[in-house]
Design a protein around this ligand. Structure first.
Ligand code: WT7
Length: 667
């Protein structure tokens, strides 16, 4: 939710230091423990031990709810960089998420409870969701989509987005959801990278009272996407407020495609889907790395499903009757794992909300919790900090007593935000699970289990089942308690990314060739004397702005593609609301002046990437500080951006006057 936060000015107060001093412990209440799936620290420890020492037994016992057509022969095969899990199994993910619930008497349970931003609502039972998925699967098959094809999904937070993902999974087509906040240029780049054959989109989406014209933006992208043959367009807004142009022969209305009678073969395939190999690619999700090109993180079938299923069940302690709300956008991994595949594979009732948390006002989330009786709420620290700013009077207007468990994800949570969330939203009675994971890990890696472990505000807790994670030094030696180092995972785990689409080498170089024999997360962390992990944040050239992962190189290459820009450097600045704010330093080509250029550069980023990647500050300078070998000295720029005196060793600076110039140019 970064766009709306731009207007809020917050003084710096809460910082990493306050997390260093934090040593309070919050145990779950006896009442919570009594009903919890895992009720004691000892039970957690022994299961965790089992999951590492005898993964075969652990995963056999914990995947009995999943539908395998052919049972697996071996839990894993690891031959760096090739990992296989549930070797020999065949399955169709959509059967675990849909069909199995129809047989267990849960057909009439609500699968998705949806509310649009304007307040319109829809509920889909498991039976109805199954029917919608079957219809779309048949329609896609009739459009020529086959197993192994790629399908791009550029949609907002509507039930059809989940339907689209599940229909792809049912057909064995690999989906790539592209967040609706991405610009048409970014959409085009991703479609072309994965070679998608079909695009699913909608006329527009509601966002803070206005319409985001998704189809119009898609049209711009589609001018240069040779692989796209067909486009399905869902009508969400309607012609009056969001007119669209349909291209003859290429574009089809969603409803028309569903109303056409499918061929017998397609209907048969949709009703009785094929089973795929455990390692069949389920989806590709683009994320930012340390170079300009986005990474197509590829996840496969059985391991991913097992990872999200087991983590949803235990981390959120799901039970019958829960109304589970994850506020993440379906365009990011949290939406994939904890809005769609995890909860639906558990038969949960998932709440889905289309719009912004502060529209029409800051009580919107709390009104939704009360109205739909939400029991589990999973959101991001940025949102929590924005709610703190807005004031306690907004949640106070609503009855939040249905809540029993709270979750946090996406960035480090500061203890002040944690305690506010606990006290004001959770009424002091709800455990908080602070979950650390990444697009690449597929599912939660670090957390406290809510009925088994106490939490410490600001700590992401302990390793989840199947996760062998550590803080190490550069050559891989484990750090001592409380010593800062790099966060790595020492053994492959079922839901890990298998590769980067079309780029095995980059996969190896980014994750496996940094520290010998382990997966490098890109994060810095420490582990305290109780074994609890404290994640500091990215230590590569990736920023986390309001929970959005942004590659500095992507911003820089977008900026230098503007005709006036000679060089650019993007760095993060600590920000009380967004965690990090984005500051860019720019040098101009001869003949260009800084005057009036700032807004043009911001617009340029909107166009190249999307509004969510807008810089918070643009600073013009004559040159950038560089080492003698020509590397930009980011450390110095970070300190200047943060308003600190540039400290440390500057003796390798090419030209010290550059630094002086930057300092006197403060805006
Ligand atoms: C990066 C991954 C995981 C889903 C959302 C983001 C940061 C994530 C936490 C947390 C501290 C966190 C890390 C990580 N991060 N969760 N609970 N505490 N930091 O997925 O876009 O792939 O970003 O988000 O820096 O590497 P993502």
């Amino acid at each position: 939710m970064p766009e709306g936060l731009d207007f809020v000015e917050v003084p710096m107060s809460d910082s990493i230091e306050s997390r260093l001093k934090e040593d309070r412990r919050f145990p779950p209440s006896a009442e919570f423990c009594r009903h919890a799936r895992i009720q004691s620290h000892a039970a957690y420890t022994s299961l965790h031990q089992l999951s590492l020492e005898d993964p075969e037994t652990f995963w056999r016992e914990h995947t009995t709810d999943l539908v395998f057509r052919t049972p697996w022969k071996k839990i894993s095969e690891w031959n760096l960089p090739k990992a296989k899990f549930f070797v020999g199994a065949t399955l169709n993910v959509s059967e675990s998420c849909l069909d199995r619930h129809l047989q267990t008497g849960e057909a009439t349970r609500a699968a998705i409870v949806w509310e649009g931003e304007p307040g319109d609502t829809r509920t889909l039972t498991y039976l109805e969701l199954h029917r919608e998925v079957v219809r779309l699967t048949a329609a896609l098959a009739d459009l020529g989509v086959k197993q192994g094809d790629r399908v791009a999904i550029y949609m907002g937070m509507v039930p059809e987005t989940a339907v689209a993902m599940l229909a792809c999974a049912r057909l064995g087509a690999t989906h790539s959801v592209i967040f609706g906040g991405f610009s048409s240029d970014a959409l085009r780049e991703r479609i072309n990278d994965c070679g998608a054959k079909v695009l699913l989109t909608q006329d527009g989406a509601w966002r803070r009272g206005s319409v985001v014209p998704l189809k119009k933006m898609a049209d711009e992208a589609l001018a240069k996407t040779p692989s796209i043959e067909k486009v399905l367009v869902l009508r969400r807004i309607g012609h009056d407020r969001c007119p669209v142009t349909m291209k003859e022969g290429r574009d089809l209305w969603w409803e028309d495609a569903l109303e056409r009678k499918p061929s017998d073969a397609s209907m048969k395939l949709a009703k009785h889907p094929e089973a795929f190999d455990a390692e069949h690619p389920l989806f590709i999700l683009y994320t930012s790395g340390s170079t300009g090109k986005p990474k197509g993180v590829m996840h496969t079938t059985a391991g991913y499903l097992a990872g999200v299923h087991v983590s949803t069940k235990y981390v959120f302690d799901l039970r019958a009757g829960d109304v589970y709300w994850c506020t993440a956008d379906v365009g990011w991994v949290t939406g994939h794992s904890y809005l769609v595949y995890g909860p639906l594979s558990c038969g949960a009732t998932v709440m889905l909300y289309e719009g912004a948390p502060n529209f029409p006002d800051w009580s919107r989330f709390w009104q939704l919790v009360e109205k739909h009786g939400v029991t589990i709420l999973y959101t991001a620290p940025t949102a929590i900090r924005a709610f703190i700013r807005a004031g306690d009077e907004w949640p106070a207007k609503h009855d939040l007593s249905s809540l029993r468990l709270l979750g946090s994800v996406g960035e480090p949570i500061n203890p002040e935000a944690w305690t506010w969330y606990h006290r004001v939203i959770g009424g002091g009675r709800c455990p908080i699970v602070d979950t650390w994971w990444q697009t690449e890990t597929g599912s939660i890696m670090l957390t406290t289990l809510p009925g088994a472990c106490y939490s410490k505000p600001g700590s992401t807790g302990l390793p989840f089942f199947g996760v062998d994670i550590a803080v190490v030094k550069d050559r891989g030696e484990e750090c001592k308690a409380n010593e800062g180092g790099k966060l790595v995972i020492r053994q492959p785990w079922p839901s890990m990314a298998r590769t980067l689409w079309n780029d095995d080498q980059r996969y190896l170089d980014t994750y496996w060739n940094v520290i010998p024999n382990v997966y490098f997360t890109g994060d810095g962390a420490r582990r305290d004397e109780d074994g609890y992990f404290w994640v500091v944040g990215r230590i590569d050239d990736v920023l986390n702005v309001a929970g959005h992962r942004i590659g500095t190189a992507e911003i820089e290459s977008a900026l230098v593609s503007h005709p006036a820009v000679a060089e650019a450097a993007a760095v993060g600045r600590p920000d009380d609301l967004k965690g990090q704010a984005l500051v860019v330093f720019v040098t101009l080509k001869q003949g260009h002046e800084a005057k009036d250029l700032k807004s043009k550069l911001v617009e340029h980023i909107d166009k190249e990437i999307g509004k969510f990647a807008r810089p918070d500050a643009v600073r013009f300078t004559d040159s950038l500080p560089k080492t003698r070998s020509g590397k930009i000295m980011r450390r110095l720029l970070k300190e200047i951006a943060a308003g600190n005196e540039a400290k440390g060793d500057t003796s390798t600076l090419e030209d010290l006057s550059v630094l002086a110039k930057l300092r006197t140019d403060e805006e």
